[in-house]
Design a protein. Sequence first.
Length: 546
Amino acid sequence: MVVKKPRIVIIGAGMSGLVAANKLYTAKDSRELFELCVVEGGTRIGGRINTSEFEGDRIELGATWIHGIGGSPIHKIAEEIHALEAKQPWEDMDGSPENVVTMSESGFEIDLSVVDPILLLYRKMMEFAQGKIIHGNGENGDAVDYYRVGAKAIKTCSKPISLGSFLRKSLNAYWDSVKDQDGCNSSGKLLEEAIFAMMENAERAHTSAGDLSNLDYNAESEYLQFPDEEITIAKGYLSIIESLASVLPDGLIQLGRKVTKIEWQPDGHGSPEIQNGGDSRPVKLHFADGSIMVADHVINTVSLGVLKAGIQEESGMFSPPLPSFKTEAITRLGFGVVNKLFLQLDPMYEFPFLQMAFHRSDSGLRNQKIPWWMRRTSSLCPIYKNSSVLLSWFAGREAVELESLNDEEIINGVSTTISNFLSKSEHKNITNLSKCSNGNGNSFTSSHGFKFTKVQKSKWGTDPLFMGSYSYVAVGSSGDDLDSMAEPLPMISDHYDVAPLQILFAGEATHRTQYSTTHGAYFSGVREANRLLQHYHCSVFSELQL
Ligand SMILES: Cc1cc2nc3c(=O)[nH]c(=O)nc-3n(C[C@H](O)[C@H](O)[C@H](O)COP(=O)(O)OP(=O)(O)OC[C@H]3O[C@@H](n4cnc5c(N)ncnc54)[C@H](O)[C@@H]3O)c2cc1C
Ligand SMILES: *[C@@H]1O[C@H](CO)[C@@H](O)[C@H](O)[C@H]1NC(C)=O
Ligand SMILES: *[C@@H]1O[C@H](CO)[C@@H](O)[C@H](O)[C@H]1NC(C)=O
Ligand SMILES: *[C@@H]1O[C@H](CO)[C@@H](O)[C@H](O)[C@H]1NC(C)=O
Ligand SMILES: *[C@@H]1O[C@H](CO)[C@@H](O)[C@H](O)[C@H]1NC(C)=O
Ligand SMILES: *[C@@H]1O[C@H](CO)[C@@H](O)[C@H](O)[C@H]1NC(C)=O
């Protein structure tokens, strides 16, 4: 009798799936031990890594940054394959911005003497939330600890604590403390408010939490980022994916194979011979084209967004349904939409790194022509020095709206916004709003002589293979939920009749400290490959896991 090799099927050819495939395939003797394949619902590999081209420039529609190169396995691969240099310039601008100007929607540049203290204040608050300031006592004369007041204020609150409320309570503490000194000029406060909101808007895109009051405060200190600088990949993020896939033989990755249902056997085999058409493997995958595949182990790497949709009654991706500890974690964790928008400037114009400070609705300083979906965009900047391609990040409702707009609507909306920001051609610097009138710029194209001609944008929210961009720890959730996401099923397999490790879970949303990033996805793939290798008593990969 031929001994059947265990069959491992990996669902998804994104970072986590391809790392798992790479590790399983290259493990010692693994080819004698397992049958392996990757099934990918889309027509390309990479998942949320989607390097593309726009007007001759290489751009990233998904993952962009290596969040800290110190100890990063992705940086290591990038170095090995010489992906960090390229002849062409690449998308690296918003990491080391030059020529930064912060402007208010009324068309004035805000002086650094107003901007910098608020940026510093914001940074200190974030460092405090992240647990990086333990003993800070206003040392160096800069860190006035308003964040302590903020933290104290939220601790006395019985409601769940959000990062958003911490930030606002700390800001109010700051305002309270300066009131007596300079008479709390309200117009100065309005500017500070707009600058602070600009930082919050950047945070929304960073975390994918459309509303920071839904972002858990405590999780902030559990999140780990690798040390050292953050960089982009000159030859494109996809070069990492291609490198991981290059060791796999043709045919191992099957594209256009969308899984619609996963049947598994938490309570034992029953009559597997009958159930699975004579092939006694415990898991049965159904595909969109009606075909079926059986497996001993499935590593499921679909996004948290796809899982959220998959546990809804109607679609029922899992049969029987996942146990409640899983569905509860899937439900509680946050998965937001973040999109990138690229615009072509014509003719070439040396556009600054524009930081955009929008005013509150009750400030009386709003320009009504600016569309609502632009109002929480924190910056617009060239993708590299002197590039004629500009980039903005969108999050939440605004990111969702962006997907539904056509190119003309986007160009009109951005042009209107930018013409207000750049309306005072002399770019007078301001420290005090009362000196300026509400800008009503309409001379955008005439005074600057350029216009937007083409757009390209990502569409992570509506794509059924993603249904969003990345995970965050929502208020009411915690790091424990990320650990629950990683638990294999069946959880305990001490019953002789129950096949162990039928469904394993990888992907960024299964990594407790580096969720949302390619690092989290990478380590989750190593983790699940190791779990199976260990199960079959193979030697495991000992890559650092934070
Ligand atoms: C706009 C944006 C910007 C980002 N920026 C950064 C950044 O700067 N730095 C960073 O570290 N991270 C960033 N990320 C996050 C990073 O891209 C992800 O964390 C990582 O790529 C996720 O990898 P994964 O393997 O977990 O999931 P995915 O890449 O989503 O892989 C899952 C795969 O499963 C497939 N799939 C889904 N459903 C099915 C199905 N039913 N059947 C078969 N296949 C299916 C999908 O097509 C996909 O290929 C960004 C993401 C986005 C969207
Ligand atoms: C701040 O200055 C403006 C304009 O000079 C003035 O109207 C306002 O009353 C001042 N606010 C406070 C709190 O003093
Ligand atoms: C950018 O463009 C300006 C004007 O076109 C030019 O003077 C400058 O040298 C360019 N800088 C670089 C780095 O190419
Ligand atoms: C901007 O204006 C303020 C006060 O009006 C002044 O102190 C500062 O030097 C100016 N900054 C620049 C860059 O001109
Ligand atoms: C703001 O400008 C107004 C009018 O020029 C002036 O009266 C006020 O004192 C200024 N406030 C600050 C804080 O500079
Ligand atoms: C990925 O990139 C292609 C273009 O290269 C684009 O058509 C597609 O919409 C992108 N996917 C998402 C989800 O944005």
